[in-house]
Design a protein around this ligand. Sequence first.
Ligand SMILES: [Zn+2]
Length: 168
Amino acid sequence: MSIESIDLTLIPGSEALRLRGSITPEQRAEVLAAFQAAWATIPPDDRDVLIQYWGQGGRAVSLVLIDQFPFLLKDAAAKADHLGRKLSLNPRWVFDKPVWDNLDLVLAHEIAHAYLFATDDPDHLAFAHDGMEQRAWDTLQRWNFDMDRHNELIRHVRSRISGKSPPI
Ligand SMILES: [Zn+2]
């Protein structure tokens, strides 16, 4: 299937989060389904916090990009940067199993980081890597995501990536 450039809103009725990148129609459908599954699991009040944070000033400032650029120095599968206002998926890893099969959890994990930035979570803002990860895991647990599946995914990603980069 041919690769096409896309720019779509991800949250019904909101411009706050957009999906941008170059992917096939089949990949686009998978990403949209994974996002919808993750988003539906997040409690409504916390979804509102995220929409408010991402859409401040009426701008669609947060993107889910499928782009190699953010990963030139850090070889993670996905990352939340710009204080959780830009979420990126790494095309080098994201289409491979098991990451692709667990894309809902990959997105939920990065959205959890964005939520912690949005709420100025003090332990998350300490910027100590393990502290940030612990708070993301706590948040996913509070949101009732499948932590066994999440932790298996993290183990896989960490086993593949060397160095000090945040794994996911
Ligand atoms: Zn993380």
